[in-house]
Design a protein around this ligand. Sequence first.
Ligand code: DX5
Ligand code: ZN
Length: 216
Amino acid sequence: MSAIHPSILSADFANLAQELARIPSADAVHVDVMDNHFVPNLTLGLPVVKAIRSATTLPLDIHLMIDDADRWAPEYAEAGCESVTFHIEAAARPGALARDLRSHGAQAAMAVKPGTSLEPHLKILSELDMVLIMTVEPGFGGQSFMESTLPKIAAARRAADDLGGHVAVQVDGGISRDTILRAAEAGADTFVAGSAVFGSTDPDEAVSALRSMVRA
Ligand code: DX5
Ligand code: ZN
């Protein structure tokens, strides 16, 4: 089952409630939290996530691009976010962090940057609900999909299948009508799309179009 998660990074931050109302058929809302340290960009944090929480009934998929994930990630689970993704490069004790997130009722996920090998981190996959393979360098929307990440998507798929298929494989960055099929064929099942959705005149139609390409 494939899922489309629009990223609000490409939405109008001055009108977030209205923007959320434009994607009723999304499977979840992807929220990019950046701290100007882990990535060279600053977006929003817990107070705005709480406001988003109260502005939509859609599940929230929080993508933390922040240092010291062990310290900050649990607050997002406590705030009622359905899924919390930390970067493996920023987590000191990822297994303990995943258990902490799950103890608060959230799904736990790890993300890997394009330059980070997946293999050394596969041992914690059984404690996770999702692995996010970054298909651009994290930090900004509107970048081009990196074809070089396709083997890593395939490796994540194999590892997830080995565990029985309960771990989702998400891709994030440069996902559009031109690239989504290649990511899906490599094994991704959960697709983040920012500019391809909110850059469209009809964001919900863009969500449906992307979904039809991977469910056909
Ligand atoms: C980038 C973010 C992405 C971003 C994707 O660091 O993690 O979620 O919003 O934007 P597009 O889909 O435009 O590449
Ligand atoms: Zn993201």
